[in-house]
Design a protein around this ligand. Structure first.
Ligand SMILES: Cc1cc2nc3c(=O)[nH]c(=O)nc-3n(C[C@H](O)[C@H](O)[C@H](O)COP(=O)(O)OP(=O)(O)OC[C@H]3O[C@@H](n4cnc5c(N)ncnc54)[C@H](O)[C@@H]3O)c2cc1C
Length: 396
């Protein structure tokens, strides 16, 4: 193999380049990245980057010297806009055509937005540039509305509150993180946010934005109420960046549809948030938008591109930091799972085990990093017997 192209120069893209070199690949590597920045880490963007005003150096994923040593060519900013599988050719928006022997697609996701016009003061958060703009805008926005009760929305609410702002979170779910965790955990999280001064408007729809002179003045709810706000973050989920691939002949659905080895076509693999692959352990298709998965999956795709043919079957892992809580979880949390608490919920340090059909299928640590690690092995052992299509699951 003489040339490998990696599309997407972020967490999964960089991990793919590192894995290629670590596996002994000495050929040409081209990285096509749409953003004007070398790889940086997104998790701090909703946390310390804004709350503690961290500099860019703090979020970059590799020191420039180490990046150089990898010997890859970084084409940034450059956007891939067409893939010709027969000719094994990638076209960039600027017109260049790049030939490849191997291709790794790591284009991630983009935030969902509300249809229709949005006044100044309404933001989404995905990129470093988004975070920098938000950081500046928060300085002149005493009242903040967060639309969406998922991980991103709740983290941003905690961050804005830390800055001393009035924060209201609006969502149609009954509790925060409803797509990830059972009500017992979500309600506890809601209580922690309320104790920190965050207002929660749950089980309500957003009807639109109010504006004065072109700038946001409030968020209008379906019940007629208006939540006053000079700044709103829309955090209502994301969609895989696959539009440019729709004419390529690759299987596209909710992401790039891959087999158990993360292969979408001969010599073409996908990794990270954009990859929807067959998890042979769970017997189901998964697409995971979490940081650890991006790195692990990129490593797996590289091995398979170089000939390994191994199924990628991780135990899903995520973490989130909100106020003084470090949440971490392994596995899955079916809607009908039974929750067993190890430790004392009131102490602010415990592990919640999720049982389904007599097995532990998910484990969540609430400020319990060490104890959670010990639960992981139980999940690995239980995974073989689990069939996701038999569970009531809201896949997050
Ligand atoms: C604010 C924030 C906080 C987060 N916090 C956590 C957390 O606490 N814990 C956790 O587990 N996960 C967290 N995540 C999720 C985690 O950051 C992602 O799972 C991870 O970044 C996925 O990496 P990726 O490389 O697959 O995709 P991305 O990081 O999205 O990178 C994809 C790259 O591809 C580029 N691209 C897209 N289309 C093209 C194209 N056509 N041509 C060229 N380039 C293209 C994009 O511009 C982007 O640079 C957070 C995400 C955000 C945004």
């Amino acid at each position: 193999m003489r040339t490998v192209i990696v599309v997407g120069g972020s967490a999964a893209g960089l991990a793919a380049v590192q894995a290629l070199r670590a596996e002994g690949y000495r050929g040409r590597i081209l990285v096509v990245g749409a953003e004007p920045h070398l790889p940086y880490d997104r998790p701090p963007l909703s946390k310390g980057f804004i709350a503690d005003n961290l500099p860019f150096e703090h979020v970059r994923l590799s020191e420039p010297a180490l990046l150089n040593e990898l010997g890859a060519e970084w084409l940034i900013p450059a956007r891939a806009c067409e893939l010709d599988l027969d000719r094994r050719m990638l076209r960039l928006e600027a017109g260049d055509r790049l030939g490849f022997d191997g291709l790794i697609l790591a284009t991630g996701v983009s935030p969902r937005v509300f249809p229709g016009p949005r006044p100044n003061g309404v933001y989404t958060l995905r990129s470093l540039d988004d975070a920098a703009a938000l950081r500046t805008a928060l300085g002149s926005a005493p009242q903040v509305a967060v639309i969406g009760t998922g991980v991103l929305g709740m983290e941003f609410a905690a961050t804005a509150r830390k800055l001393g702002l009035d924060v209201t979170v609006i969502g149609n779910a009954p509790h925060p993180l409803a797509r990830q965790f059972p009500a017992a955990i979500g309600n506890l999280l809601a209580a922690r946010h309320r104790a920190a001064g965050v207002m929660l408007r749950l089980e309500v729809q957003v009807a639109g934005f109010e504006e004065k002179g072109g700038h946001l003045s409030g968020v209008r709810l379906a019940d007629g109420d208006i939540v006053p706000a000079e700044l709103a973050l829309v955090a209502i989920g994301s969609q895989p960046d696959v539009d440019w691939l729709r004419t390529s002949g690759l299987p596209i659905g909710d992401g790039i549809l891959c087999d158990a080895c993360c292969r979408a076509a001969p010599g073409v693999y996908a990794a990270g948030d954009v990859a929807s692959w067959w998890h042979s352990g769970y017997g189901a298709r998964l697409r995971i938008e979490h940081r650890m998965n991006a790195t692990e999956q990129a490593g797996a795709t590289v091995k398979n591109l170089l000939g390994a043919a191994e199924d990628f079957r991780p135990i899903p892992f995520m973490w989130s930091d909100q106020h003084d809580i470090k949440l971490q979880s392994y596995g899955i949390f079916p809607d009908d799972g039974e929750v067993e608490i190890e430790g004392d919920m009131a102490s602010g340090r415990f592990v919640a085990l999720c049982h389904n059909q007599g097995r532990v299928v998910g484990a969540l640590g609430w400020n319990a990093v060490k104890a959670l690690r010990q639960s992981r092995m139980r999940l690995v052992e239980a995974m073989e017997g689990i069939r996701l299509d038999e569970l009531q699951l809201t896949v997050g």
